[in-house]
Design a protein around this ligand. Structure first.
Ligand SMILES: Cc1ncc(COP(=O)(O)O)c(C=O)c1O
Length: 387
């Protein structure tokens, strides 16, 4: 049995905001009304009602028309990650551009598919366009064209940062110049706490070479296994050609569509403040207990805080001490595109209680101090090595 009492490891939202009663009601209604459809395969695009609601979700956030027939419902956005990569795949060993630190699920899928990942350094504005430009030019000189650029541009996982508009535009221009598609993974969309929103890539440019992935895991629950791909023809057909599973869970989609029939805002306005308070509590705990040693991100949305550790922390020792002390986190190595053992850790605050956050952070901080091999003052002044 696990002795983890303070699990800052996994990126889930708050269980207390899961709308059990409303979903029960929705389930009863859709079972009565859509029993015939449940006895059939849902088809490649999936439940029309949920596609309509998600198209409205996108259109409301982004201020552009989104055609529900260009949305493909998937088994979580993770299926969107693999389907879109398979659609763009060529030979094993072909390059792709990814953020230097990225979602381990995506990195694992891309490794399995045999891509040669080229890591682009990150800073507080996300993926660095100067490095994107340099890598595209370098690969071009070698006669190698990247199959795509993958970016988690909003509430980046693991760093939490949002890419500003100007940077998005520049990356789109570069991608167009070198004829490289972009896959934007907006898994944390609508888990927003404060400040202005940056538009999605597809809202800036309507090129069919921009593929967009989104999820219901973070605004509602990962157990639903619902996400979607937004892609325009001919990319849409290219992706659909890779799909062989006859569509995603119709029942889950029908219940979710019924639950969200008036839009996603009401539930988001209830759930996001709960998460925001946890983010604040985590930031406060970090300041109180690790303010002299570490630096960290202050995300305006999403579920993660990226913490830079002093170089003199023995990371293996820290891991062992934390496990013994009942605190879990994900180490930097999990997020590095080449599995480099970088001096970072990611804290996920969404599903812990406020009390667990307050109690767990001093324990983690104590483990960090005990895992140090010197008493030197902090040597760095920036969250990122390259900044
Ligand atoms: C960036 C990113 N993409 C995709 C996923 C997969 O999420 P899901 O398949 O539950 O939608 C995650 C999950 O944490 C993620 O962080």
């Amino acid at each position: 049995m696990s002795n983890i009492l303070y699990d800052f490891g996994s990126g889930r939202s708050d269980p207390s905001t899961f709308p059990v009663a409303a979903l029960q009601q929705a389930a009863t209604k859709v079972l009565a009304e859509q029993a015939t459809e449940m006895t059939q395969y849902p088809g490649n695009l999936g439940h029309p009602g949920l596609r309509k609601v998600m198209a409205e979700r996108e259109a409301n956030r982004e201020g552009v028309q989104v055609d529900p027939d260009h949305l493909i419902l998937t088994n979580g956005s993770m299926q969107g990650v693999t389907l879109s990569a398979e659609a763009l795949q060529g030979d094993r060993g072909d390059p792709i551009l990814v953020e230097e630190y990225s979602y381990p699920g995506t990195l694992g899928a891309y490794r399995s598919l045999g891509f040669d990942m080229v890591g682009i350094p990150l800073d507080e504005g996300g993926m660095s366009p100067d490095h994107v430009e340099a890598e595209l030019a370098r690969l071009h000189k070698q006669g190698r064209k990247p199959r795509f650029i993958y970016t988690i541009s909003t509430y980046q996982n693991p760093t939490g940062f949002v890419m500003p508009l100007e940077r998005r535009k520049r990356i789109i221009d570069l991608a167009k110049h070198y004829e490289v598609p972009i896959i934007e993974d907006n898994c944390y969309a609508d888990v927003h706490y404060e400040g202005p929103l940056a538009p999605s890539f597809y809202a800036i440019d309507d090129s069919p070479d921009i593929i967009y992935l989104c999820s219901l895991s973070k605004i509602l629950a990962p157990g639903l296994r619902l996400g979607y791909i937004y892609a325009k023809p001919p990319m849409l057909e290219k992706i659909l050609a890779r799909r062989h599973d006859a569509g995603s869970n119709y029942f889950a989609a029908a219940v979710t569509a019924e639950f969200y029939k008036d839009g996603i805002d009401e539930h988001a306005q209830f759930a996001n403040p709960v998460l925001k308070e946890k983010r604040d509590r985590t930031l406060q705990g970090l300041s109180e207990h690790l303010g002299d040693l570490c630096l960290w991100s202050e995300p305006v949305g999403g579920l993660f805080i990226w913490v830079r550790l002093p170089d003199d922390v023995d990371r293996k020792h820290l891991w062992n001490l934390s496990q013994q002390a009942g605190v879990a986190f994900l180490p930097g190595v999990s997020f590095h595109y080449q599995k480099r053992n970088v001096p970072y850790l990611r804290l996920a605050f969404g599903h812990l209680t406020l009390e667990q956050i307050s109690a767990g952070l001093p324990i983690l901080a104590d483990c960090v101090r005990r895992a140090r091999t010197s008493n030197e003052a902090r040597q760095f002044t920036s969250l990122f090595e390259n900044a």
